[in-house]
Design a protein. Structure first.
Length: 160
């Protein structure tokens, strides 16, 4: 017999608040800090890879902005689940919760894609490439927000 533990109903608001806080912090860090940096061999200058740097290609900047906007969307979907801003039907509200979950999953994949693009961009010319705050915010913010939305969805299934 498998014994499965249920998540208590009173934990649902805390999960959405956790997703909101993580998404807010992750969005701020993606917009304000760099995603990574590298050091070229023979020079003493570090190059930063982020939204506000000249060394980041335009498409990469677009993806970084998209990552930050995705975290803002996850924040708004968690807020909608906690304090309904929009007056919508239950079916639409359920779909909004799912879209928050899928967007949080998408932030993980977008962070992985940006990491691959970063290491390809720095290439063999760099002496050392290192990931920075934006990467960790994207990865951990996405993972934990996904976990919180998933647990909140399990609570909804238990109450039915």
């Amino acid at each position: 017999m498998s014994e499965q533990r249920e998540v208590p109903e009173y934990a649902k608001p805390a999960l959405y608040v956790g997703a909101m806080i993580l998404s807010l912090v992750a969005a701020i860090l993606v917009f304000a800090d760099d995603f990574g940096w590298w050091y070229e061999d023979g020079y003493t200058y570090w190059y930063y890879y982020g939204i506000d740097t000249d060394f980041t290609p335009g498409f990469h900047k677009f993806l970084l902005v998209l990552l930050g906007i995705a975290f803002v969307f996850v924040l708004l979907m968690a807020l909608q689940q906690l304090y309904p801003i929009l007056k919508v039907s239950k079916k639409v509200d359920k779909n909004l919760g799912r879209s928050g979950l899928f967007t949080a999953i998408g932030t993980i994949f977008l962070t992985i894609l940006l990491t691959i693009l970063f290491f390809v961009w720095t290439g063999e010319d760099s002496w050392g490439s290192y990931l920075s705050t934006g990467f960790y915010a994207g990865l951990f913010g996405g993972l934990l927000s996904t976990l919180f939305f998933w647990l909140a969805g399990r609570i909804d299934k238990q109450t039915k």
